[in-house]
Design a protein around this ligand. Structure first.
Ligand code: CAA
Length: 387
C-alpha cells in the first residue's frame, strides 16, 4: 500500500487549490446569495482541464486518473460546493458515460465541448414520480418507422445544470413493459426543437448550481445519438452513478474540510472566560472527532477512486466502494458542518461567516446521486447477496 501521490496528482491538486482560493473563494458567498450560475469561473476551470479531468487529451480533457479527479474536486468544493456540483456533473455524469459507452463520433461530438468547459452537460434520470426507484420512469422513446430517429416524450426533474446545459444524457423507456431492461440512454441537445425547460428549483444549498425540470415533447433524436444499445440504459445509468458517487464523496470531503478548517481557526482565535475556546475540553473533543471523521471519509473516497482505476483494467464493478465512500463522506460532511456551526456559536448562524453555507451545502450530498438510504441498500445487497 502506497499513500504517496504521483507528481501529476500533486500537480492537479495544487492547480485546483490555487484556482479555488484565488478565483472561487472571493465570489462564493455572492453567488450563493444571488443564485447566479458562475459561468465565468466554470469557463476558466475548463481552460485548466478541471471540467474533463479523466477525459483523454484527444477529446479535450486533462487525461488524468480518478485520484486526480477526487483531489481536484475536494479543493474546488472546499471553496464552493456549487462549483463542485457543476464540475462533478460535467466530469462524472456526462463525460464518463460517453467515454465508456459512446461511439467514436459521439466522443468527438459531445465530450470535447463539455470537457473544455465551452458547454455545460447534464444527466436526466429523475422524474417527478421516480427518484430512488429510478427504473420506474414514465418517459418514452419510440423508434420511427424508417428507423432514422426516436420520438421522445419525457418529463425530467431535479436536473442539475439543466437551465444552462447544452447537452444532456437522458433516459427513457423504449420497451415500457420490460422495466429496467426496457430503458435506453440518449444524447439530447437543448437547442433542438421539442426540448423545453420547466420550473427552476429554489434550493436550500448549492444555490449557484442551477436546477430545473426538463420536458421533451415529440423531440426527434437521431438514431446515432442513442448511447449504447436499446435496453441497456438502466445499466448505463447505474454504472455512471457508480463513478458519480465517488465525485459526490469527494465534494462532501471538500465541504467537511472547509468546515473543519474554519472551526480550527475560530477555536484558536475566539476567547471566552479568559482563554481560547480551543483549550476547553468540550471544544477539543469536537475538534478531534471532526478531524477523525474527515480523514476517514477522505481515505474511503481515495480508496473508491483507486478501486475504480483498477476496475478499468478488469471491467469489475466498484459499486459498493462508491456507495460506501458517498455514504460515509456525506454523513461526515453533515456532522462536521453541524459541529462547525456550534463551535462558531452566534457567528455560525450568521451569513457573515461561511460555515452556515457549508451547513446548507452539506445536506445535498446525503440526497443526490442516491440518498443515504439507497447507499445503505446497495451496500447491504452487495454484502449479503440478498435483495
Ligand atoms: N452497474 C451495472 N448494472 C447495474 C448496477 C450497477 N451499478 N446496478 C444495478 N445494475 C443492473 C442489475 O444487475 C440488474 O440487471 P439485470 O436486469 O440484468 O438483472 C438491473 O440493473 C436492475 O438492478 P436492480 O434490480 O438492482 O434494480 P432496482 O430497481 O432494485 O434499483 C437501485 C436499484 C440501487 C435502488 C437504483 O434504482 C438506484 O441506484 N436508485 C437511486 C437513483 C439515483 O441515484 N438517482 C440519482 C439521480 S441523478 C442525480 O442526482 C444527479 C444530480 O443531480 C447531480
Amino acid at each position: 500500500m502506497d499513500f504517496q501521490l504521483t507528481e501529476e496528482q500533486e500537480m492537479i491538486q495544487a492547480t485546483a487549490r490555487d484556482f479555488a482560493r484565488s478565483e472561487i473563494v472571493p465570489v462564493a458567498a455572492a453567488h450563493d446569495e444571488s443564485g447566479e450560475f458562475p459561468l465565468d469561473t466554470i469557463r476558466k476551470m475548463g481552460e485548466l482541464g478541471l471540467m474533463g479531468i479523466e477525459v483523454p487529451d484527444e477529446y479535450g480533457g486533462a487525461g488524468l486518473d480518478t485520484i486526480g479527479y477526487v483531489l481536484a474536486m475536494i479543493e474546488i468544493s472546499a471553496a464552493d460546493a456549487a462549483h463542485g456540483t457543476i464540475m462533478s456533473v460535467n466530469n462524472s455524469l456526462f463525460c464518463n458515460g460517453i467515454l465508456k459507452y459512446g461511439s467514436e463520433e459521439q466522443k468527438q461530438k459531445y465530450v470535447r465541448e463539455i470537457a473544455t468547459g465551452e458547454q455545460i452537460g447534464a444527466y436526466a434520470l429523475t422524474e417527478p414520480q421516480s427518484g430512488s426507484d429510478a427504473s420506474r420512469m414514465r418517459s418514452r422513446a419510440v423508434l420511427s418507422d424508417d428507423g432514422s430517429h426516436y420520438v421522445i416524450n419525457a418529463r425530467k426533474s431535479w436536473i442539475t445544470s439543466g437551465p444552462v446545459a447544452r447537452y444532456m444524457v437522458l433516459f427513457a423507456a423504449t420497451d415500457p413493459d420490460a422495466g429496467g431492461r426496457g430503458i435506453t440512454a440518449f444524447l439530447v441537445d437543448s437547442e433542438r426543437e421539442g426540448l423545453s425547460l420547466g420550473k427552476t428549483e429554489p434550493k436550500m444549498g448549492i444555490r449557484a448550481s442551477a436546477t430545473c425540470e426538463v420536458e421533451l415533447n415529440d423531440y426527434r433524436c437521431p438514431v446515432e445519438d442513442r448511447l449504447g444499445k436499446e435496453g441497456e440504459g438502466f445499466k448505463i445509468a447505474m454504472s455512471v452513478l457508480d463513478a458519480g458517487r465517488i465525485g459526490i464523496a469527494a465534494q462532501a470531503v471538500g465541504i467537511a474540510q472547509a468546515a473543519y478548517e474554519a472551526s480550527l481557526e475560530y477555536a484558536r482565535d475566539r476567547k471566552a472566560f479568559g482563554k481560547e475556546i480551543g483549550s476547553f475540553q468540550m471544544i477539543q473533543a469536537k475538534i478531534a472527532d471532526m478531524k477523525c471523521r474527515l480523514e476517514a471519509a477522505r481515505l474511503l473516497t481515495l480508496r473508491a477512486a483507486w478501486t475504480k482505476m483498477q476496475a478499468s483494467q478488469t471491467g469489475a464493478r466498484f459499486t459498493a466502494e462508491g456507495s460506501m465512500a458517498k455514504l460515509v463522506a456525506s454523513e461526515a460532511a453533515m456532522w462536521i458542518a453541524y459541529q462547525a456551526v456550534q463551535i462558531h456559536g452566534g457567528m455560525g448562524y450568521s451569513k457573515e461567516m461561511p460555515v452556515e453555507r457549508y451547513f446548507r451545502d452539506a445536506k445535498i450530498t446525503e440526497i443526490y446521486e442516491g440518498t443515504s438510504e439507497i447507499q445503505r441498500m446497495v451496500i447491504a445487497r452487495s454484502e449479503t447477496g440478498l435483495r
